[in-house]
Each structure stands twice: as structure tokens, then as C-alpha cells.
Design a protein around this ligand. Structure first.
Ligand code: GDP
Length: 197
């Protein structure tokens, strides 16, 4: 798929403000600082579409980007930001989960996992939430550029091992680096195939 147009559509601070659009949606989510904004900008060829955060966890809005005037990329708030109060975190957790469970236009959740760090409990819990609710999702490992310690293969293997304790089958998995500009075609081809289906 070639992305010809990617435009910011609307920010919804509450569920009641989410637009009543009919187009299919693909939602991106992950821990704060996972590299979500960078990935969205990379996928859409649009440098400033999603804001690369200087203060992680600050923007807690559901952002809609219209792609090719045919589908929506939905930027869900990052979870797990330590400096947000527990009450705030619980409130946003509820908003996100309600959205994911009820949004009819939603085709897939793209759950972003930072390949630079070992498996995080909060990410594994999110996978379990998606699996238990039979939400179609894929995993996207981010920051897969070469690092000095070359820790990403080990972290990914450990993450898969954790998942296999609870799940027989793993979801589709993508590997990306917004820095090296890798992994985009695979993700866009996946979305294109679903758009045709
Ligand atoms: P968000 O909070 O999930 O939206 O993440 P951002 O896109 O704002 O990125 C968080 C941090 O990770 C920033 O310091 C980025 O420079 C860094 N980052 C994002 N993508 C990559 C990547 O592909 N490779 C590396 N090494 N770092 C990245």
C-alpha cells in the first residue's frame, strides 16, 4: 500500500467524543515511550503527524488520522507512565479497554513492544486482556535497530516464551525500526490485505 494522504482528523478526549465514522480503523497502542509516535510518523511518511513526546504520558487523547481517505489510524494513549497518579492511570486504562472492546470499526489493535527491554509485566497483561476478549491484534516490536549490546533478539525470544505460557498460538508479529526505516512495508501490506478482505 502506498500512503498518499495522511491527515489529522480529530482528537477525542472522551469516549463520547469519538467520531461516528464508518471507515475501518487500526489502533496503535503501547507503553509510554515505546516509540509509537515515531512509528506512526514513519508509517505515514509524515514527520509531524503524531507528536514525538518530550513528556511521555502527557497526551491522553484518542487521535484519529485519516489515511488515503479510506481508513483511520487511531493513536491510543500510551499506558503505564509512572509519573501519572494511580487514579489517572486506572481511568485511562478503563477508557482504552472500553474503546477496544466496543468500537465496531476497529479491525486490529497494533500492540507495540519495545524490543530494547526485557518482557514487561504491563505488556504481557495487555496481551492477556486482548486475548481473553478475543480482540484481533498483532504485535509490533519497535526500536529494532542495532544497539551495542544487541539485546533485541534475546528480549523478543523471552517475550514469546512468556506468551507461550498462556497462549497456544501467537499473533502475527512485526519487527520495526523508525530510526532505520524498516518494517513498514510488512505492516502496510497487512492492512492492505485486510482492507481488501
Ligand atoms: P511514544 O511515547 O511511544 O510516542 O514514543 P516516541 O516516538 O516519542 O519515542 C520515544 C523515545 O524512543 C524517543 O526518545 C525516540 O527517539 C526513541 N525511539 C523511537 N523510535 C525509535 C527507534 O526506532 N529506534 C530507537 N533506537 N529509538 C527510538
Amino acid at each position: 500500500m502506498i500512503i498518499k494522504t495522511a491527515t489529522f482528523s480529530i482528537s477525542a478526549p472522551y469516549l463520547s467524543m469519538c467520531p461516528a465514522t464508518k471507515e475501518k480503523e487500526y489502533a496503535f497502542i503501547g507503553r509510554s515511550n515505546v516509540g509509537k509516535s515515531s512509528l506512526i510518523n514513519f508509517l505515514t511518511n509524515h514527520h509531524g503527524l503524531a507528536k514525538v513526546s518530550t513528556t511521555p504520558g502527557k497526551t491522553q487523547l484518542i487521535n484519529y488520522f485519516n489515511i488515503n481517505e479510506s481508513w483511520y489510524l487511531v493513536d491510543l494513549p500510551g499506558y503505564g507512565f509512572a509519573k501519572v497518579s494511580k487514579t489517572e492511570r486506572e481511568k485511562f486504562d478503563k477508557v482504552i479497554k472500553t474503546y477496544i472492546k466496543n468500537r465496531e470499526q476497529l479491525q486490529y489493535v497494533f500492540l507495540l513492544i519495545d524490543a530494547r527491554i526485557p518482557p514487561q509485566k504491563i505488556d504481557l497483561e495487555f496481551v492477556n486482556f486482548l486475548g481473553e476478549n478475543a480482540i484481533p491484534f498483532v504485535l509490533v516490536f519497535t526500536k529494532m535497530d542495532v544497539s551495542r549490546k544487541n539485546e533485541t533478539p534475546k528480549n523478543i525470544a523471552a517475550f514469546k516464551k512468556e506468551l507461550s505460557k498462556d497462549w497456544e498460538e501467537l499473533p502475527p508479529i512485526f519487527h520495526t525500526s523508525s530510526f532505520n526505516k524498516t518494517g513498514k512495508e510488512e505492516i502496510l501490506a497487512f492492512i492492505a490485505a485486510n482492507e481488501k478482505a
